[in-house]
Each structure stands twice: as C-alpha cells, then as structure tokens.
Design a protein around this ligand. Sequence first.
Ligand SMILES: [Zn+2]
Ligand SMILES: [Zn+2]
Ligand SMILES: [Zn+2]
Length: 147
Amino acid sequence: MAFCLSCGTGIDEYDSGYYARNMLCIPCYNQKISEVPMVSCNRCGMRIKRSEARERHSDFHCSYCFSEEERQAAIPTCPICNKRVESWQESAKSSKGSLAHLPCLRDGLHSAGHGAGPGVGGSPEESKTHQRTLIRNIIGRIGAFLT
Ligand SMILES: [Zn+2]
Ligand SMILES: [Zn+2]
Ligand SMILES: [Zn+2]
C-alpha cells in the first residue's frame, strides 16, 4: 500500500501515476503544480512567474521592462549634461569619442574659454609647422635631384 507523501492518503494499487506525481495523491499534486512561485517586476510591479522573470542587476523584471531597460542602456549618455542622447536629437562625437548632444558640445566649447577647444583635429599652429616641414622636404629632394 502506498501513501501520499503530503497528506498520507492511501493510494490505490492500480494508480500507476503515483511515482510520476512524486508520490503524491492527485489533489495534492494538483495543488503543488498550481503553486508557482511568483515575483513582482521591480520596474512596473506586475506579478510574474519566477521562472519567466528576467533578472537584471539582481532585480526581477517582466519581459517588457527587461527589454525596455536594455534599450535604455543601449542609448548613449551625453558626457556634458549626463542625459540620454536620443536618436532624434542632434548629436556629434565628443573629444572623448562618446556621443554628445550637439548643443551641449557647442556650449561646452564656449564655456571652456581658455584657448583651443578640446581636440578639434589639432590646433592650426601644428598643421602650419607640419606643412612647412613638408615643403622643406620637397625642396631638399629637388635640390638633391639638381646637383
Ligand atoms: Zn495527498
Ligand atoms: Zn515590468
Ligand atoms: Zn547633453
């Protein structure tokens, strides 16, 4: 004679599903499978099955909030105002190589105030000396050719 592990009810000999139900009677088994652990989404508070919850930074998220947060995280942050640079906003690469708002970059250059702005492709002085050495090289080569 077998007994239900949960409530101790005798299981009929002909009940072949007893072991498949983890040695529970039918009512106990049905109760057990309906007890799905639930968690609530950390973002919108929706109740979701633990098995279906997505974990993000050790918080549970419903699948909608999870993909929303993923999307948000993928959007670059303006290093000047620390706000998201949305795709519809005017933006440009900042000197650090990260995407920044175009207005923020302009303001940043104005407020910097002291001399050359940060890294706008080298100062004009530098490129002038570079040109000079180039010309000197060419003249040198022509001279060598003539002698
Ligand atoms: Zn039982
Ligand atoms: Zn949610
Ligand atoms: Zn900005």
